[in-house]
Design a protein around this ligand. Structure first.
Ligand SMILES: *[C@@H]1O[C@H](CO)[C@@H](O)[C@H](O)[C@H]1NC(C)=O
Length: 604
């Protein structure tokens, strides 16, 4: 049995001495399983065949849309046990066929669980092709969600403790007063109050210009972004979706773009009020765009670990390039809009929708842009590929279009940048694609401008209906509903079957409307809690939110050095990975807090 297992299950760690031990021990294969280290999200599957002929086992993943079955193992009739390592992330469908035939003997779907050991028994019952497959569990799996639950409980208790700290301090002071030793304590607390007063003076000064909920929203997105960039604890839903679909990691960038839109409107209105001349405004916008793009181009595309930069694998598009360009377009739109600030006092029939009507040129521009996206996506002929293809290619779509990953979007990017685009798209592993695809490509930038435009609407609503919180929240809600419903229609509420599936790689229209909906809801809720009711100051998210460039660049450059991360010792479960990722994220939030204390804000 040792021999059967060693086809894939090697003994890298304990070597021969352990094999002697293994042979001596009673639980022969039990021992071997322990020696072979399963990693995160892996399970062991052992095939036991009692059939008189060899069979091939094929598999496909539920998340892979219309994917061709892939070979997993060949189980011979002589060597009739064989073991493979399978992924536990998504439900797998297994199909068993004779080696030299394409009838399906049996098939079954199963979600394997982390570190579990499973046996699949194939037995013949009667006729040669009448095969029974049954799955048994040899060793029970880990609960992969336990680390997540623990992390949630710990973070929640820290938050509750932090929130109740003022009450605890007050209570203990009262106790000490009773004991007549409160003298020093009260002095301390007076000092603290003074410090707080100073801060609150600062706050009230900046309150007029800074919207705390927007900083909180930005910081929240940034914190989630740092966490998912560190690996998100190894959970698939904290990493980007393979192609269609939506995971936590997919939410962050559109939120950012939305926030850029809102900030542009608010910042430009305040600069307008201060009377900053047009030329200076344009210079500032251009400078910021160039700096953002240069940072993205020079620092983000590769790290010192990659060695010398090579022009051959240089990637031209990127996250900061996309953000910078989007910012540039949104800023120009805002600069050349005919109305920058409208008094509510003039009464017209369109007063309730003045935030929409007065900006009709922007609307025409956006509608034209979106029409362009739709036309290019669905009508541009791509050589050797179907027109309007939105799939991942590879083994997807029954393997018909293996080189069509991303359809028109990829074609346009190849035309612009040749091979200098992203070669490791998220679909590469699951869909087995070979072509490059850039998630920050040219075509998607159009929709990212549309996303920023939604954010600008939020900014205009905040400006026009200042101090009319009900109007603001109602408008946010209407926007969220309209965008949410259009996303539901476009995607038919399915992952892969919609008119336009929700897809972060393509920044599809349904993705943008869905994210717009979510951003309006989130900003609305935060506005209500942080700015209207003042129940929450936005801590700790407000700190990274006010230093977003610093934290973003910092975590990208230093993220993989100690103390942010280290080589993990326990790679077989999510515990250490999740701990490391939360630790790294917490460190960056803490650094942002220190910078906030020092009143250092990196601005470009
Ligand atoms: C896809 O590209 C590969 C390598 O460039 C090529 O060998 C293959 O024939 C192409 N397949 C199709 C269907 O065009």
């Amino acid at each position: 049995m040792c021999v059967f297992l060693s086809s894939r299950v090697i003994l890298p760690i304990f070597g021969q001495s352990s094999c002697v031990f293994c042979l001596l021990s009673v639980g022969l294969c039990e021992r071997l399983h322990k020696v072979y280290k399963l990693k995160i999200d892996e399970a062991l599957l052992i095939f036991h065949s009692e059939l008189p002929y060899s069979v091939s086992v094929y598999y496909t993943s539920d998340y892979c849309y219309k994917c061709v079955y892939q070979p997993l193992a060949t189980v011979g009739n002589v060597q009739n046990n064989i073991s493979v390592v399978v992924s536990t992330q998504f439900t797998l469908t297994l199909k068993i066929t004779p080696v030299d035939g394409n009838i399906t003997l049996c098939s079954l779907s199963q979600t394997f669980e982390e570190a579990g050991h499973y046996s699949l028994w194939m037995t013949q019952s009667g006729l040669p092709n009448d095969v029974t497959c049954s799955l048994a569990m040899d060793r029970s799996p880990n609960n992969a969600y336990l680390p997540l639950l623990a992390a949630f409980l710990i973070l929640a208790s820290i938050a509750v403790f932090w929130a109740s700290l003022p009450y605890i301090l007050r209570w203990s002071c009262i106790q000490r007063l009773k004991n007549r030793i409160c003298h020093r304590g009260s002095q301390n607390s007076i000092e603290m109050d003074e410090a707080n007063d100073e801060q609150s003076v600062d706050k009230s000064k900046s309150k007029s210009s800074r919207l705390k909920s927007l900083d909180t929203f930005r910081g929240f997105s940034l914190t989630v972004m740092v966490f998912v960039n560190y690996g998100g604890g190894g959970y698939w839903f904290f990493q980007h979706a393979p192609w269609n679909g939506l995971t936590v990691a997919d939410l962050v960038m559109p939120w950012f773009v939305f926030i850029i839109g809102t900030s542009v409107v608010l910042a430009f209105s305040s600069m307008h009020r201060k009377g900053v001349p047009l030329l200076q405004l344009l210079r500032k916008v251009t400078w910021r765009t160039i700096v953002l793009m240069l940072i993205g181009f020079c620092f983000m595309n590769y790290s010192p670990r990659d060695g010398y930069l090579s022009w051959s694998w240089l990637r031209i598009p990127g996250v900061l390039q996309r953000l910078g360009f989007t910012y540039f377009v949104l800023a120009l739109m805002q600069t050349f809009s005919p109305h920058r600030e409208i008094p509510l006092s003039v009464h017209n029939w369109w007063n309730p929708i003045q935030d929409l009507v007065l900006y009709w040129p922007e609307w025409i521009f956006i509608v034209l842009l979106e029409t362009m996206w739709l036309c290019l996506t669905f009508l541009l002929p791509v050589p050797n590929c179907p027109t309007g293809y939105l799939g991942a290619g590879g083994i997807g779509d029954n393997g018909l279009y293996p080189n069509c990953t991303g359809g028109a979007a990829a074609y346009i990017d190849r035309w612009f940048f040749k091979d200098n685009i992203f070669w490791h798209p998220t679909c590469k592993v699951l869909y087995r694609t070979t072509e490059p695809f850039d998630p920050e490509g040219v075509l998607g930038t159009i929709n990212s401008i549309v996303m920023g435009f939604f954010g600008m609407q939020a900014g205009k609503i905040l400006l026009f209906y200042r101090k009319m919180n009900k109007s603001i929240l109602a408008r946010f809600l209407i926007w969220a509903l309209v965008l949410g419903i259009s996303a539901a229609i476009l995607s038919k509420c399915t992952r892969d079957e919609g008119f336009i599936p929700v897809n972060k790689n393509l920044w599809s229209l349904s993705f943008v409307t869905c994210m717009g909906c979510m951003s309006f809801v989130l900003l609305g809720v935060m506005y209500f809690i942080v700015d209207v009711k003042e129940w929450w100051g936005g801590q700790p998210f407000i700190y990274p939110g006010m230093n977003s460039i610093f934290v973003y660049v910092g975590h990208s450059l230093l993220g993989f050095y100690f103390p942010f991360s280290w080589e993990m010792r326990f790679q077989d479960s999510h515990w250490e990975q999740l701990f490391q990722d939360i630790w790294g994220t917490a460190l960056w939030v803490f650094i942002a807090y220190l910078l906030y204390r020092k009143q250092f804000f990196l601005k470009i």
